[in-house]
Design a binder for this molecule. Structure first.
Ligand SMILES: [Fe+2]
Length: 447
């Protein structure tokens, strides 16, 4: 059976290119968008002979960059993220840096912090990328981090601190969180003792605390030794719990039991007195299917978990019944109460995991506004950028790369977040197809 993650716009591209010229655009790029959109995602250099051996989540990373300036799109470039393994395959210089931890594909996110652009995966150290994306070096935060770093760091918009975390499957404590100051120095590391290595794709970070998900997607050494593309399996009998800790871990972790489920992404988390409110993309189960397919038999939904450590309980409220993924918010409200969330809308059953349009949620009014990219077109993650004159949380732009199956091509689509249903304010026709990936960041010029 074909692997769906090698078909259509999940299929990798085989060429690295640089286009330093104005890109054809319908509409006008907002003049306050002065910088570069970087996006990361899986793009294997060599596709396994047996499609069942390909795990989309583990594919080699490729970063795509689109430059916007002066109301125009001025260029596009894409480069593989040259991990040690990939540099060997490509015959390029290996990235300098420590030999441990094990190499990882660095395919999940790309962020800028402390003057460094980091590509992050989850099974290895981040890689610091050069401005032209061509060179990489392993980034161990001045030797303060020696274990893998996951692909969902959280940037505190008030303090400028970056909270990063990662799972080390090879031994306890299994999970570590780190606080990185605005200059890039690690100022705290918290070891979170878990009974076993589990998949922790994301965690919540409020202004004061972190929310940890110890959910039963369990690392299985037997699967890893057998060379299975994904070494995790669904094991609900292992139990499930949510932990609350201070960012610096000085009071330990307060654990609260919950029903087994899986969380792929945290929309945001914030303090509500002693309680923590955490909006997440939740699956009923995960990795309960044969390898080479979607990560779950059932689509995810958006839920709000209100965690009450005093009452020792978690209350769930389902926020919508649409299948959604890749949620984003205004970076200015990370860790604080958020009103708006932007998500990729997925398809109806049975191929629920196929990208479709976008949804904007107004969580105060309980409203959902959909953006339909048009027939045979499908949107990637929506990245919100606050406008230069934007005062309210939704006064800004939403950037998404849309695949047009009829043309076999990709466009950068820019939406006004306050007129989310469209039409777009600008559609930039990219010179190359951009495969569906995971996450990206807007990097303002000069930062
Ligand atoms: Fe992610």
């Amino acid at each position: 059976m074909p692997n769906p993650y090698l078909e259509g716009n999940f299929a990798p591209v085989s060429i690295e290119r640089t286009d330093d010229h104005e890109l054809p655009t319908d509409g006008v790029v907002p003049p306050d968008l002065d910088g570069r959109l970087l996006r990361n995602g899986p793009n294997p250099v060599v596709v396994p002979a047996d499609p069942d051996d390909y795990d989309w989540w583990g594919g080699d990373g490729m970063v795509h960059g689109i430059t916007l300036r002066g109301s125009k799109a001025l260029g596009y470039a894409n480069r593989w993220v040259r991990t040690r393994r990939l540099a060997e395959v490509l015959g390029t210089e290996p990235p300098p840096g420590p030999a441990e931890p094990v190499d990882g594909p660095a395919n999940h996110h790309v962020v800028r912090h402390g003057g460094v652009t980091l590509a992050l995966g989850g099974t290895g150290l981040p890689l610091a990328l050069s401005g032209n994306l061509e060179r990489a070096r392993l980034h161990d935060f001045d030797a303060m981090v020696a274990t893998p770093v996951a692909g969902h760091p959280k940037l505190d918009p008030v303090t400028g601190e970056l909270v990063v975390f990662g799972v080390d499957v090879f031994g306890p404590p299994f999970l570590r969180t780190h606080v990185v100051d605005p200059g890039g120095a690690v100022t705290a590391t918290v070891e979170v003792d878990l009974p076993r290595a589990v998949l922790v794709p994301d965690l919540g970070v409020t202004a004061t605390r972190v929310v940890i998900f110890d959910l039963p997607v369990v690392f299985d050494l037997g699967l890893a030794a057998a060379g299975r593309s994904s070494p995790y399996r669904w094991m609900p009998e292992a139990g499930a719990r949510i932990g609350i800790a201070t960012r610096r871990g000085n009071d330990g972790v307060r654990w609260i039991g919950v029903d087994p489920s899986a969380v792929s992404h945290v929309v945001n988390a914030f303090d509500d007195g002693d309680r923590v409110v955490c909006d997440v993309v939740r699956y009923d189960s995960a990795l309960d299917l044969p390898s080479g397919g979607p990560m779950s038999s059932r689509p995810p939904v958006l839920v709000r978990w209100t965690v009450d450590p005093t009452a020792n309980r978690v209350v769930e409220e389902q926020l919508d019944d649409l299948p959604v993924e890749l949620p984003r918010i205004d970076p200015a409200v990370v860790g604080r109460p958020h009103r708006f969330a932007y998500c990729q809308e997925l398809s109806p059953l049975p191929q629920w995991w196929q990208p479709r349009g976008l949804v904007r949620y107004d969580l105060v009014r309980g409203e959902a506004t959909r953006f339909d990219p048009g027939p045979y077109r499908a949107a990637s993650e929506p990245v919100f950028v606050r406008g230069a004159d934007g005062h309210a949380e939704d006064e800004g732009w939403v950037l998404t790369v849309v695949y047009d199956a009829a043309r076999g091509a990709s466009d950068l689509v820019i939406l006004d977040a306050t007129s989310f249903a469209g039409p777009p304010v600008a559609t930039v026709h990219l010179p190359a197809r951009v495969p569906f990936g995971f996450h990206g960041s807007w990097l303002p010029a000069g930062e």
